[in-house]
Design a protein around this ligand. Structure first.
Ligand code: OAD
Length: 240
């Protein structure tokens, strides 16, 4: 299977990686939907990751995100992040809100669900502020319009950022190999990119610690082991 996947990648001209929480799991960042350990097994997503939850208790929501920020700040990129960063020819679309891909050296990651590293005005006045994730601020008001500032991430019921979504949609439609890494593919519209890539003719490669029902070449195991093997440069084919 790994050989098949590497062969597909060697011949690809527009390879794309699409990652989820499993990419950062080996860095110690919890995933969302895994039984016992997933964040949504322990916390109510509607209370912590929805506009309604923020309106009901903004201090609680900000405190929860600040815990996640501090955890990300103390985490390190793993070999899968580094392997992706080392392959500039592989476009990277992620659902992750951490900055581990960038800290591994990636410069052009499409963040579909926003970033923990920024706050933005909850009233949409356009104000954004870069956050020190190791020492994030408690709930505070926007200095332009006075409404609460909030983490610049996408919550349930919200639209994806337009520019990121447009780029991702285009990359998926044009991909000839689409590598799906560490996602349960249950959150739409992001997960629809997999279908779009397949419909556009891309070969799908699925890297997941569990076997998934997805079509394509299945590489079952930890991303930190499989992704570096998959992406390690191949020697050019000789003509003889
Ligand atoms: P999930 O928690 O739904 O899925 C994580 C996937 O990673 C599962 O399929 C696991 O089997 C797999 N996995 C876990 N550890 C792995 C490892 N070491 N190597 C490879 N695979 C591993 O996370 P996402 O699919 O990313 O939204 O969730 C999508 C969105 O739902 C998130 O972006 C988040 C959440 O609500 C927002 O924050 C807006």
């Amino acid at each position: 299977m790994l050989d098949d996947a590497r062969a597909a990648l060697r011949d690809a001209t527009r390879p794309v990686a699409f990652s989820g929480a499993g990419l950062s799991a080996e860095s110690g960042i919890p995933t969302f939907r895994e039984a016992q350990t997933g964040l949504w097994a322990r916390y109510d997503p509607m209370a912590l990751a929805s506009p309604e939850g923020f309106t009901a208790d903004p201090e609680l929501v900000v405190a929860w995100y600040n815990d996640r920020r501090r955890r990300v700040a103390s985490a390190q990129p793993n070999p899968a992040h580094r392997a992706l960063a080392g392959r500039r020819d592989v476009a990277h679309i992620t659902q992750n809100v951490d900055d581990l891909a960038e800290r591994a050296g990636a410069t052009d990651v499409v963040h579909l669900h926003g970033s923990l590293g920024w706050d933005r005005c909850s009233a949409g006045c356009g104000r954004r502020r870069l956050i020190d994730m190791a020492d994030p601020p408690s709930l505070y008001a926007c200095n332009r319009c006075g409404h609460w500032m909030r983490p610049d991430v996408v919550w349930f019921g919200e639209q994806l950022p337009f520019t990121a979504w447009s780029r991702a949609d285009e990359l998926a439609a044009e991909a000839d190999v689409f590598i799906v890494i560490g996602t349960s593919a249950r959150v739409h519209p992001a997960a629809g990119l997999i279908t779009a890539a397949g419909a556009g003719g891309a070969e799908l490669i699925v890297v997941n610690i569990e076997r998934t029902p997805a079509h394509g070449i299945q590489l079952t195991g930890p991303a930190g082991e499989i992704v570096p093997e998959l992406l390690k440069p191949t020697r050019p084919r000789s003509d003889d």
